[in-house]
Design a protein around this ligand. Structure first.
Ligand code: AHR
Length: 508
């Protein structure tokens, strides 16, 4: 049985620009994200360019990934960048105490990361060490990366083989300072971040967009403290943006969150309800920021988001390796809908993490050229036309709802839309595990000259891709029906259970 809903889209009333950076990524020295994910080293039999996996780069280029955050995460606050430059065989080792308590040989460092960004066509987002570093260390890293004269750090960079200064737009001042980044109280972090910010200088024409490390999930007091501590004596802000982290962990805490591929229908709905609550977090952090910055000149950055399941059996607990199902794809799609709706304040978001860790878009075998595109990968790919497009308002009518065991209500459809260059893209998620939903799109304000739809789904909500079955959750063309309606153009689309669709429009 199919339920019907109607969505009105005003194609001639574009709103805020959806920054492409809302489709950003995050790569930490954690498990097999960097080592075995991006980096296999120059002696590997896996096809690579200077040690960086070709297959991973090619897959990510197809997503037009706009930025990559590195080196952490919690790792960032114990990372000392000088350990990761110079001849690899001479680089000191360290212990990655957060993630598996393993020895890190620093084979992947600053030059390797910057080369990776160049290969990806992505802008670097460097997360600096506040927890165990110094102001001088961070300030010299900026000089090493971005200065083009004969300063001491620029000379050191040249000695290590890179003549030209790099461009580094995004700079994070620590990570989770309320937790792994130093266990600081908000007032203490604000003072430290102001000090660090003072010495993070724009050099040789490079302009740093400084991001203060923000709240854990719904800690709005942290955002308030940062906003209060934002202004310098000259009235300019210390930070361009503040971040927060919000993982999708259903239930009442970190225990019992369950497996990535084994869950029942109740837990599936609970997960999607949890994912949808990210929007409330964005709204409420934004509300706090509005009090101090009503013109929205300071950005909000969600630089870690995604599902966090129990690790796959037989894998190292500290490596956070999990599979990725159609449920994860829908978690991603409802996040993107929320991001589009809040594009006036939310300027960047980074999925945690790109390869082999948490809600990855890619899974690799470190020893072979095996590469799996996860269901979440396909949502990123299908949404590419939203990058830097302008958000369109979508008014929904007659959306089916499900009442969860605790009485909460979950809307079973999620939609968002945008327009750019005489084109529009509408994203539609059917969260219903068992029923199809029909949506009538009322398209107003512009003439529609052409349309096409694509659909992502699998046999079940647990469906996932493996090396043996790489397209269990895959994208295909989808039939839609064009109908004239009283207002202009209508498109009827049938969304199968647990599916994600995009409708592309050519506008006349
Ligand atoms: O993404 C994994 C970890 O989650 C990050 O290192 C940390 O910032 C967060 O707690």
């Amino acid at each position: 049985m199919s339920e019907s809903a109607r969505a009105v889209v005003d194609l001639d009333a574009p709103g805020a620009t959806i920054s492409r950076h809302l489709y950003g990524h995050f790569a930490e020295h954690l498990g097999r994200c960097i080592y075995g994910g991006f980096w296999v080293g120059e002696d590997s039999s896996v096809p690579h360019t200077n040690g960086i996996r070709n297959d991973v780069v090619e897959a990510l280029r197809r997503l037009d990934i706009p930025n990559l955050r590195w080196p952490g995460g919690c790792f960032a606050d114990e990372y000392h960048w000088r350990d990761g430059i110079g001849p690899r065989e001479e680089r000191p080792r360290m212990v990655n105490s957060h993630w598996g308590d393993i020895v890190e040989d620093n084979a992947f460092g600053t030059h390797e990361f910057m080369q990776l960004c160049e290969m990806l066509g992505a802008e670097p987002y460097v997360s600096g060490n506040v927890g165990s570093g110094t102001v001088q260390e961070m300030s010299q890293w900026v000089e090493y990366l971005t200065r083009d004269d004969d300063s001491p750090m620029a000379a050191l960079r040249r000695q290590n083989g890179r003549d030209e200064a790099w461009r580094v737009p995004f700079w994070g001042i620590g990570n989770e300072p309320w937790g792994c980044g130093g266990q600081l109280r908000p007032e203490a972090y604000v003072e430290l971040a102001r000090q660090y910010s003072t010495y993070l200088r724009d050099q040789s024409g490079n302009r740093l967009y400084k991001i203060a490390a923000g709240a854990d999930a719904g800690d709005y007091g942290w955002t308030d403290a940062l906003m209060k501590g934002m202004a310098r004596n000259d009235g300019k802000p210390f930070f361009d943006a503040i971040s927060f982290h919000q993982y999708t962990v259903p239930g009442k805490g970190w225990s019992g969150r369950g497996r990535a591929t084994e869950f029942d229908t109740a837990w599936y709905y609970e997960t999607l309800l949890t994912a949808k609550r990210t929007e409330e977090r964005i709204r409420r952090h934004s509300d706090v920021m509005d009090v101090y910055d009503p013109d929205k000149t300071i950005g909000l950055v969600l630089d870690e988001w995604g599902t966090w399941w129990d690790v796959e059996p037989g894998t190292v607990p500290g490596f956070l390796y999990q599979q990725n199902t159609m449920r994860d794809a829908l978690v991603a799609s409802v996040h993107f809908d929320a991001f589009h709706r809040h594009a006036d304040r939310l300027v960047m978001a980074n999925i945690a993490q790109t390869v082999n860790v948490l809600q990855s878009v890619l899974l690799t075998d470190p020893e072979t050229d095996e590469l799996i595109l996860t269901p979440t990968y396909h949502v990123f790919e299908m949404n590419r036309a939203h990058h830097d497009a302008r958000a369109l308002d979508v008014r929904m009518h007659g959306v089916g709802r499900r009442t969860l065991e605790d009485g909460s209500e979950l809307d079973l459809l999620s939609l968002s839309a945008s327009t750019k260059d005489d084109e529009a893209l509408i994203s539609l998620s059917n969260l219903d595990a068992t029923q199809s939903h029909e949506v009538m799109l009322d398209l107003r304000g512009r003439r529609v000259a052409g349309s096409a739809a694509r659909l992502l789904t699998g046999d079940t909500v647990q469906a996932h891709n493996t090396a043996a079955s790489p397209d269990a959750v895959g994208v295909r063309r989808h039939a839609i029906q064009e109908v004239a309606n009283d207002f202009g153009h209508g498109i009827r689309i049938e969304l199968p259970p647990h599916s994600y669709a995009t409708v592309s429009l050519q506008l006349a």
